[in-house]
Design a protein around this ligand. Structure first.
Ligand SMILES: CC(C)(COP(=O)(O)OP(=O)(O)OC[C@H]1O[C@@H](n2cnc3c(N)ncnc32)[C@H](O)[C@@H]1OP(=O)(O)O)[C@@H](O)C(=O)NCCC(=O)NCCS
Length: 142
């Protein structure tokens, strides 16, 4: 998956790293409960070392999701965020659709952590386990 037209709202979903708008991603992430205090240099390093998906409208990045993977067995989906002014338009679902349809991830075991968006992810074959997954949080992830 490189680029996909999400025709309903003229929104493009892309995994092209050259398109990423770092400052807009930082603003979106600083508006979330989990990354509000994440330093910009940590955000930049995480982007550099991940497979990142962007949602774009009229050349402006309005959505972001990050996948950490070994490209062989496993991926971890995180930092899924849509710009506040564009929420409720289906962009979050478009991002997740692009990720689960991505050929590079299709055969891998996927995982994510969420406090309240289980209903969103369950539509994309990410089932809530509640039994076998164990999470180690560092002081940064409290
Ligand atoms: C969660 C988020 C990415 C969804 O993006 P969005 O573009 O607003 O969502 P969509 O318009 O594609 O619709 C999402 C669907 O999932 C549902 N949903 C379930 N849990 C949800 C949640 N916690 N937040 C938003 N939507 C949720 C919505 O009700 C909606 O269902 P519908 O299709 O029946 O209307 C966005 O609200 C956001 O950035 N929130 C703040 C960051 C966040 O919480 N990210 C998820 C971290 S795990």
């Amino acid at each position: 998956m490189r680029e996909r037209e999400f025709s309903v709202d003229k929104v493009t979903i892309s995994r092209d790293a050259d398109l990423l708008q770092i400052e807009r991603i930082e603003t979106m992430l600083h508006g979330t409960y989990w990354a509000k205090d994440r330093p910009d240099e940590v955000i930049r390093k995480s982007i550099e070392n991940s497979m990142c998906y962007g949602a774009y409208e009229d050349g402006i990045q309005i959505g972001f999701a990050r996948v950490v993977t070994d490209h062989a067995t496993f991926f971890y989906l995180c930092d899924v965020v849509v710009d506040k002014t564009h929420r409720g338009r289906g962009i979050g679902k478009a991002l997740l659709g692009a990720i689960v349809d991505d050929d590079e991830l299709e055969l891998l075991l996927g995982m994510l952590v969420t406090v309240d968006a289980q209903g969103l992810y369950e539509r994309y074959r990410l089932a809530c386990d509640g039994r076998t997954v164990m999470v180690r949080r560092s002081h940064r992830h409290r």
